[in-house]
Write a protein that binds this ligand. Sequence first.
Ligand SMILES: [Fe+2]
Ligand SMILES: [Fe+2]
Length: 312
Amino acid sequence: MAGKYVTCNLEEIVVGEPLPCNLFIFINFRFITYLLAGDSLSRDAYDRFDFKKVKTLFILAADQARFEAWSAKAKALVKGATGGPPMLPEIAKARDEARRKAMDIFQSGHPDKAIAQTLQVSKNLVDEVMKHPYAVKSLSQLQGFSQGTVDHSVNVSVLSVYLAMQMGYSHAIILQQVGTGGLLHDVGKTQVKILDEDSVSVISEKMKAHPELGVKMLDAQQKVPNEVKLIVGQHHEHHDGTGYPKKLKGAQIYDLAKIVSIANVFDELVTAASGTLVERQRHAIKQLDGPEAHKFDPQKLEKSLKILKLGV
Ligand SMILES: [Fe+2]
Ligand SMILES: [Fe+2]
């Protein structure tokens, strides 16, 4: 019976894309159907495997060729074929370093030490970003396709720093606060307790605790600047008061949190869209300019849209 199944890497499953075949997990010495063909893996579900270091899932051996073709096609679509220049090697290196550290935090039950180290890696990332102020002319320099929250966090960090720079924030300390806030904004997701029986709506309701859980984690650290905690705690607040957790409005929201919240929604929209990376970015810009606009400070949104439009 077991010979019927073969492993597939978590990273080969493209989040949000309908699967070409059934997907299985192995629990209590049995293969259990986890998702059916046509269903797609959500980012939250991807994170739960990723944070627990579950690297492989299972498909039927008979589906292997179809699965591999599907994965290769979807990945080529989002990663390559955009026509844009490849990411600058220095930025790519600093991103990798930040990604590894973020991964340590998200996978560790005791992230204290890793959080302290994040301050250094995000400083390096911001240094590289500051050296390349014109990289913003191509968004492919700033944003890779993000499957899970770790890659998303790196994207939000880099995008937030660029947006802040282009808006005129030039002080290295402020930009580092933005970069660290971006990298850690979703760190509270590691503390949300999800049960196997939780439905999608229960999970998304529970997830709403992540900004405050993140602040709690950072409060336990001596070296984390207050500005970073404000970004983490307020990144889901909306300009019109419809956000969470505190339903803050307009000027009640910390300035740097407003920038990170734009980068955050932008990266989420890109992941949720379909097509090539550039097509997704264009779609996300339209959404920011339309149905999502009420969430953001109008002046900061206007500037961000100008900057983002230059890059696609
Ligand atoms: Fe978040
Ligand atoms: Fe986020």
